[in-house]
Write a protein that binds this ligand. Structure first.
Ligand code: TTP
Ligand code: MG
Length: 616
């Protein structure tokens, strides 16, 4: 008889009762695929759920075995031998995967490679030369479609009736286990009948399981940042420009959050080993890292959360990136990711998703709705935080043009909108240098002892920067003297010569002083964000640490100081700091070092780390 002409029909006690409730077409990842579930019936509520789900995502479920089948989806406990035996095949000529396959595809919104070890069922012949532990690396979704072999094994196509009693003993065992699961499911639903009546409810179960995941995410992300308590000494954000109540609403300044952080500090007995920057890494090691692609995608996600003002997730992602950077080998699976410190289940899932699908679904979703895209645009306006951006959105503004023409804007916001595209562009390193040189010339002309140091990402060796951070200092001067000369002489002079374009914020808090604005090269077109930071000589060491960053490095240094009974801020390192319960600072302590950057490292008991190794 010609092979495969006739299908093998499968009977069982359950009749197929699933009808597809198709998800929107673009999400129908299984469209065109024909799944043969094994056992091929819906007697089990769990299997019914799986079949239902597959149908909803566009699959057809074959009632009989035949040529049209593209995938055999096998329940737990069933072996390759069971399948071949009961289908009367020598080998299974199509993709054969375990029951987790469809849900994993749905999870990743892609057709995953069926050859992955994790989907393999027991007894499946392993292709020669295959290294079991090596996952299929970065296979694009389109490249991993299971292709039905053009040539099939010869086989008898006698119509075979399978029944449960005919199944191998292991199948029976599997069904007992499944029955137990079904009972649990029935318990959840009160009766199985209810589940049948409303398959939507079945989805609610799946969704409620996901909700747990979301809770897990919060727990895991909390763990991920456990050794990075946020620091109340950080004054960087307390500038006049961030005035639309962003500061007071930021999660960072929330008293409860601080309390939690303090508890975390207590729990970190071996914290110093976990010090994020104990391991050296810079942009070079990053580029060579086996996890570069994963890091790049996670970085985009981090940027998204950063733009959204979600400091909690931002830190969690930074932690994950930092952990990945330290790995000499590629981290491909969830299990591998979970074994890294600071990576919880949700982030581990994301890492696996990136590796297997070469993309992160969440990233696409993050920018998917028109509102979200508008919000992202508005968040890019200089000085606009999440509150302001959301407010504009709620007020009906939909574009930068809308803001420019219709919204009442502060003068800073107007600059931010009008120079949106300028400020969004990275500044090449050599251009940062030229801006620095122009300021240096003006500064030294005003006072030969004044010095200009380019800080921020430039000092860390970045090839381009988001802004220009210039530290203005003088060994013997007080902050007041520096501020006076800068604000009364240098800044007006730089405006006059056409270099400075606008002043955005001149802030002063305590002794700290800074001037924020925009500058432009004489032959340039773009306005660049420039920060002038006034630092007295007695504080330059601490200021260099602070204004070199990055922020995670700064937080780590501060936490390290705190663990040693000291306090570090942008002005200096202080000893004998009295702290009350939950490490709340009671006294400011005694200044032990402010001038010498290296000495601060020494006093903290950590080896000197050049700026380019402070990329955490
Ligand atoms: P930024 O100029 O904001 O950052 P950057 O120079 O590192 O990066 P970019 O290329 O995007 O400009 O701030 C300068 C330094 O100030 C930063 O490296 C570390 C410190 N800082 C903090 O410690 N915490 C903060 O929240 C911010 C914004 C900065
Ligand atoms: Mg900068």
């Amino acid at each position: 008889m010609p092979r495969n002409k006739k299908a093998v029909s499968v009977s069982g006690k359950g009749k197929r009762q699933c009808a597809a409730r198709l998800v929107p077409e673009p999400q129908q990842i299984f469209k065109g695929l024909v799944f043969f579930f094994f056992p091929n019936n819906t007697a089990s509520a769990l299997r019914r759920l799986r079949i239902q789900r597959a149908l909803d995502y566009g699959a057809s479920a074959a009632e009989t075995w035949g040529d049209h089948v593209t995938h055999v989806i096998v329940d737990k406990g069933i072996t390759y031998h069971d399948v071949t035996k009961h289908l009367h095949l020598e080998t299974v000529p199509v993709a054969l995967v375990d029951e987790s396959y469809p849900s994993e595809c749905v999870k990743f919104r892609s057709i995953l490679n069926t050859a992955q070890v994790r989907f393999r069922i027991s007894g499946t012949p392993i292709p020669a030369g295959e290294k079991d532990s090596t996952p299929v690396d970065e296979v694009p979704a389109s490249g991993s479609l299971p292709i039905k072999p053009s040539r099939r094994e010869q086989q008898d196509e006698t119509q075979i009736q399978l029944s449960h009693t005919e199944l191998h003993g292991r199948v029976a065992e599997a069904q007992i286990a499944e029955q137990q699961l079904t009972e649990q499911l029935a318990l959840m639903l009160s009766t199985e009948e209810q589940a049948m009546k409303c398959s939507k409810d079945s989805y609610s179960i799946v969704e409620s399981i996901r909700e747990k995941d979301a809770l897990d995410e919060i727990i895991e992300e909390a763990k991920a940042v456990k050794d990075l308590p946020l620091d109340s000494d950080d004054e960087h954000h307390t500038t006049a420009e961030v005035s639309d109540s962003e500061v007071s609403e930021s999660s960072e300044s929330h008293p409860k959050r601080r309390k939690m952080n303090a508890r975390r500090i207590e729990a970190q007995a071996t914290w110093q080993q976990n010090f994020v920057c104990m391991q050296k890494h810079d942009s070079k090691t990053n580029a060579e890292n086996a996890n570069t692609r994963t890091i790049a995608v996670l970085q985009q996600m981090l940027d998204y959360y950063d733009r959204s003002g979600d400091q909690w997730r931002t830190l969690a992602y930074r932690k994950a990136i930092s952990a990945l950077r330290k790995q000499p080998k590629k981290i491909a699976t969830r299990a591998q990711a979970l074994s890294l410190p600071g990576i919880g289940t949700r982030l581990a899932d994301k890492i696996e998703e990136i590796v297997y699908t070469n993309r992160l679904r969440r990233l696409e979703n993050a920018n998917s709705t028109p509102e979200d895209r508008i919000l992202q645009t508005f968040l890019g306006v200089y000085g606009a935080g999440v509150l302001q951006a959301s407010r504009w959105l709620a007020q009906g503004y939909r574009s930068l043009e809308d803001l420019k023409n219709k919204a009442p804007l502060t003068s800073n916001q107007r600059v931010g909108v009008e120079h949106y595209h300028d400020f969004a562009q990275r500044i090449p390193r050599n251009e940062v240098e030229v801006h620095g040189e122009i300021v240096r010339a003006a500064v030294t002309k005003a006072d030969a002892e004044l010095q200009v140091i380019i800080g921020g990402s430039y000092r860390r060796g970045a090839s381009d920067s988001g802004d220009i951070d210039l530290i203005i200092t003088k060994p013997s001067a007080t902050i007041k003297q520096i501020r006076t000369i800068m604000l009364e002489t240098v800044v007006p002079g730089l405006f006059q010569q056409g270099f400075l374009q606008t002043s955005l914020a001149a802030t002063s808090r305590g002794d700290g002083s800074k001037w924020h604005g925009a500058s432009k090269l004489p032959d340039g077109r773009l306005w660049r964000r420039i920060d002038l930071l006034f630092v007295p000589g007695s504080e330059i060491g601490a200021a260099l640490i602070y204004f070199t960053g990055n922020d995670i490095f700064n937080r780590s240094m501060r936490l390290l100081a705190s663990k040693k009974g000291m306090r570090l801020n942008q002005r200096g390192l202080y000893a004998d700091v009295l702290r009350g319960p939950q490490r709340v600072k009671l006294t400011t302590g005694r200044l032990v070092e402010g001038r010498d950057e290296r000495r601060i490292f020494e006093l903290l008991g950590v080896p000197w780390r050049p700026p380019e190794h402070r990329i955490c």
